[in-house]
Design a protein around this ligand. Structure first.
Ligand SMILES: [Zn+2]
Length: 394
């Protein structure tokens, strides 16, 4: 199905073809609730993924930004995993070395609590400005606290003067429907040629190849691969200086500098529009098989009367459970983040428990939402003397 009158927000071309639908999914899969009733009654919306044949961009054409209010949320934290912390350290060190970020002014749009900004300020003796609708001053403990300020708001042109020598924006662009407007607004704020920007987003090529329907959420309205991301930055008068994948190929990283015209420099690793179109088609044809595979797994859990839990209570878990319509096959979710314990996830309304809960629950089956944490989880289970079958979400 092609929606002829829908204008691509990344390249302004008309016509997006819809290739995936997930109806009635929670509008924010990061949320958690104190009561089961609030969790199941949380507002829902539809996901209708459309593909732009002109630039390769993928967008939820049914997205309604008025359904989401990030200012009422607690800032997101991912800092409880050793694997993730090691990645953030390595990334901050590389950016400091590459862009000589020492005694500089660094800004981060969508900084959350400010953990990454703090890392850049600590490691390079930098000064930081963090802008995020959910951020709070003093939210992150840091030796660089007196060199950082936090602005609790959505980024807009009124904060242009706060953007410094280096602009970071991680895991934010995928939440923004009007992608070109946003990147253009950042571009307009830059007044010197040597101000570089660094953006990080999830890589949709992996989601398409792995048919990872659990990585498609309502609040992610914009999906990029290396090609569509680079094309967007060129469209908004940036020259792409580095384009790479990292974090087990799950994230796409782009570094770019401002130019006064549309750059013709194309990186060798940009995925072509033709290749993206093929991946989109493959996803569309394989998705039902993937859903059937998981529905059979759930049926097996039920008929064999296994005690199954899901490890990881974040967005992946919410999308996985909602899309599959999980009922009593899985009773609990386990998470290492203590702030989530006892809470309920939106949609199916299952409760989040600490890992220690498993000592008494003794699960037979552990579904691991993010396979990169498999070895961490295996060690945890062994320490508790639990023998369970680990099924990574693949
Ligand atoms: Zn487009």
């Amino acid at each position: 199905m092609t929606i002829e009158n829908y204008i691509c927000p990344s390249c302004n071309s008309p016509g997006l073809s819809v290739f995936y639908k997930a109806k009635n999914v929670p509008v924010n899969s990061c949320m958690m609730f104190s009561s089961h009733a609030d969790a199941v009654n949380f507002p829902r919306g539809d996901v209708l993924l459309g593909f732009c044949k002109s630039c390769g961009f993928i967008s939820n054409v049914a997205f309604d930004p008025s359904k989401l209010d990030y200012s009422s949320l607690a800032p997101e934290e991912q800092g409880f995993s050793a694997t993730f912390n090691t990645y953030a350290q390595r990334l901050a060190t590389r950016l400091i070395q590459t862009y000589d970020l020492r005694n500089k002014n660094i800004s981060e749009i969508g900084c959350g609590r400010g953990d990454f900004l703090a890392l850049l300020c600590e490691l390079g003796n930098n000064y930081g400005v963090g802008i995020d609708p959910s951020t709070v001053s003093g939210g992150v403990e840091s030796k660089a606290s007196d060199r950082m300020i936090f602005i609790r708001d959505y980024y807009s042109d009124r904060y242009a003067k706060h953007l410094g020598d280096f602009i970071c924006c991680r895991h934010t662009l995928e939440h923004i429907p009007n992608t070109a407007d946003f990147v253009t607004s950042v571009r307009s704020a830059i007044t010197t040629n040597n101000t570089y920007v660094f953006f990080e987003v999830p890589d949709v090529s992996r989601i398409l190849h792995e048919v990872a329907f659990w990585d498609i959420y309502y609040e992610h309205c914009s999906y990029f691969n290396s090609g569509s991301l680079a094309r967007l930055f060129r469209f908004c008068n940036f020259e792409v200086t580095n384009l790479m994948k990292d974090y087990f190929d799950q994230y796409l990283l782009i570094e770019a500098k401002p130019v006064s015209h549309v750059s013709s420099r194309i990186k060798g690793n940009e995925e072509s529009i033709e290749a993206t179109a093929k991946s989109v088609e493959l996803f569309a044809t394989s998705c039902q098989n993937k859903l059937d595979h998981w529905k059979n797994q759930l049926k097996r859990i039920k008929t064999e009367r296994k005690r199954a839990i899901v490890w990881g209570s974040g967005s992946k878990c919410v999308a996985f459970m909602t899309t599959l319509g999980v009922e009593d096959e899985i009773e609990y979710i386990v998470d290492i983040n203590p702030n989530r314990h006892g809470k309920f996830i939106p949609g199916v309304g299952k409760q989040i428990m600490p890992p220690e809960f498993l000592k008494q629950y003794k699960p037979n089956t552990v579904i691991v939402m993010n396979p990169v944490y498999c070895s961490e989880i295996k060690q945890e289970l062994e320490k508790m003397g639990i023998e369970a079958e680990l099924i990574p979400c693949l």
